[in-house]
Design a protein around this ligand. Structure first.
Ligand code: TLP
Length: 354
């Protein structure tokens, strides 16, 4: 049998049977008129889970982040964020194109901004300079390895912003992974920030959609921005129904994905020409760095031929992501297939299954 192991992203998760049943049965209305009862239920549930007054269902994480940036800032302001953040690297410069914002990227080794670093980046009140309008955090941090910010780190960073007189937005596309990995309530990670976006369509397995949560006022502004961006949907309760299942049924199982990512990383240790930093494997992602002459593109092509699909993160860097569609057997199969390809001996970690 030709097994395919899909490790490109947790966005590849398929809706569960209970999601499909809930979608078929969903009560719906026109959500631009704010009359979809299933969306109302999802928005109330999401706001309650992250400890905010209100929330908004949006088609994607990218749109949720952009609605947040537009709702918190004025054109010409500067937004402080991490250099490898999704907003800076992967959102098509929407903040600058649509919001007229200048982005101020700060580098870190592991995705965790330091309070002092942020404090130094705050603009003084000077006629020549843009005003600092927002701090963006990312938890988990995707491109730096799926690394987590703790409640304490989040609070310390938010305190700096508060002292500087500007708000904090959290790109929490995978904030439930961060909560499960650290054994904390997600509210401990979202409480200190003014707004949070999280995705239903990644590890939580819903087919479409993200949530943006914050104060009542903020969500009213964000609703207007969603319309501006063309994200006002009509009978989208069919999608919200799947989102409700995601929140009720899919959060706790993220621990399995984290265990599988660790098993994968340990299994791939010692591949010739590839370095994997196990200390960065905190959630459902594994990154590998290829040493010349091996390139990430060549590594990915060879793995694909063996039925193991993964993504490129940089010319010499690849990413594997575990999710509900990847079982422990798939992980072991992928490890064995990749080790065989590269002529490495069988992984010690696979000798004891489970
Ligand atoms: N990330 C995707 C790709 O765009 C890279 C992935 O496969 O990981 N914030 C973070 C931290 C994300 O990782 C993503 C998606 C988003 C925002 C955007 O979400 P969508 O794809 O729903 O617009």
């Amino acid at each position: 049998m030709n097994r395919i192991v899909e490790l490109r992203s947790d966005t590849f998760t398929l809706p569960t049977a209970s999601m499909r049943a809930a979608m078929a049965a969903a009560e719906v209305g026109d959500d631009v008129w704010d009359e979809d009862p299933t969306i109302h239920r999802l928005q109330e549930r999401a706001a309650e889970m992250v400890g905010k007054a209100a929330s908004l269902f949006v088609p994607s994480g990218t749109m949720g982040n952009l609605c947040a940036l537009l709702s918190h800032t004025q054109p010409g302001q500067e937004v402080i964020l991490e250099v490898d953040s999704h907003i800076f690297q992967n959102e098509v410069a929407g903040a600058s194109v649509v919001g007229g914002l200048q982005l101020r990227p700060l580098d870190t080794p592991d995705g965790r901004l330091q309070p002092e670093q942020v404090r130094h980046a705050i603009r003084p009140s000077d006629i020549h300079e843009p005003a600092t309008g927002l701090l963006c955090l990312e938890n988990t941090h995707n491109r730096k390895g799926g690394t987590c910010l703790s409640p304490k780190q989040t609070a310390a960073l938010s305190d700096i912003a508060r002292a500087g007189g500007f708000p904090v937005h959290l790109d929490g596309a995978r904030v439930f992974n961060a909560a499960v990995a650290q054994g904390v309530d997600v509210k401990d990670l979202t409480g200190p920030v003014d707004s949070v976006m999280f995705c239903l369509s990644k590890g939580l397995s819903a087919p479409v959609g993200s949530m943006l949560a914050g104060s009542q006022d903020f969500i009213e502004r964000a609703r207007r921005m969603r319309k501006l961006l063309g994200g006002g949907m009509r009978q989208a309760g069919v999608l919200a129904a799947a989102g409700l299942c995601a929140l009720d049924e899919m959060v706790d199982r993220l621990a399995e994905d984290h265990a599988n990512a660790r098993r994968l990383a340990e299994g791939l240790q010692g591949l010739p020409g590839v370095d994997i930093d196990l200390s960065r494997v905190e959630t459902n992602m594994v990154f590998g760095d290829c040493r010349p002459p091996l390139t990430a593109a060549a590594f990915i092509d060879r793995c694909r031929a063996a039925g193991v699909l993964l993504d490129q993160a940089a010319p010499d860097r690849w990413r594997m992501v575990t999710h509900r569609g990847v079982s422990v057997e798939d992980v072991d199969h992928a490890v064995e297939a990749v080790r065989r390809l590269f002529g490495a001996p069988a992984a010690a970690s696979l000798r004891v299954a489970g």
